[in-house]
Design a binder for this molecule. Sequence first.
Ligand code: SF4
Length: 326
Amino acid sequence: MTQYLLEADNLVKHFPVGRGGGFRQTNRPMIKAVDGVSFKLEAGTSLGLVGESGCGKTTTARLLLRLYDVTAGSIRFGGEEVQNATGKPLRAYRNQVQAVFQDPYSSLNPRMRVRDIVAEPLVAQGQMGRKELRDWVNELLSVVGLDANAAHRFPHEFSGGQRQRIAIARGLALRPRLVILDEPVSALDVSIRAQILNLLQDLQDKFNLSYVLIAHDLDVVAHMCDVIAVMYLGKIVEMGTADSISRAPAHPYTQALFSARLPARPDGRAARIKLSGEIPSPLNPPPGCHFHTRCPHVMARCRSAQPPLTTLPDGRIAACHLLGPA
Ligand code: SF4
């Protein structure tokens, strides 16, 4: 039986809107940011979360990081439920799950030297002696491609790519098993994005890391990930191997999303699918299939019946009446 490092089961995160408290809280409208998301991640593999802004991928990441409490559902890590963990079990979980964020300019304290930035999570634990700490920081700087002199300098002395290397070194300080990568290269020059992505892949092999990657660049996700989950209005609408999803997306929303990265074809057979309309508000998602207001294949029943996630012959899952049982 496959042992999964991370299992999210029916995760829900609703945010109440507007003012009010006490019993009125239950009557307040809710933003359904994440609405029944499930996935599993094997150790040493990567899951990509994709979808337009507001689809719930960042909220999902924050639930995994325990920055938000879940409204419902469970998160299992190494077989243990952690969604309600507090105290020591929560600290232990947080040590094993780290994050690297988009902006290496604001994520590093400008007043701290690099050695202190990288060592800070370890100092907070107080379990390492000074020499052991210094050696580990130097090793971390080395594995992310910075020389030992970097330890004595300040963040502003480095380029954007180097700062992201520092942020990655810090993220690895506690020897995590899972790293949440939230748009890790989108703030960087195009010329150095590939270097950072290659570094992340090397580190994954070296430390058997698992990644949950959020990126709007679908080529980055397809290149980095084993599995891709496509989200729309808080739900996964399609999930499967990165290869199957990027080569032959099955759900109409995934097709539109992935077609947008194709160059328009001058022969008129452009494969690009233009979606009309804005993404609806998660405060009041459309009935039936949430995508029906923008779907080029919408049918009558799409407006009233929500399509279930069904397993397709190649093993992926998708939620669309065109793909499920008639
Ligand atoms: Fe489009 Fe209907 Fe499929 Fe939704 S269920 S994606 S509206 S065809």
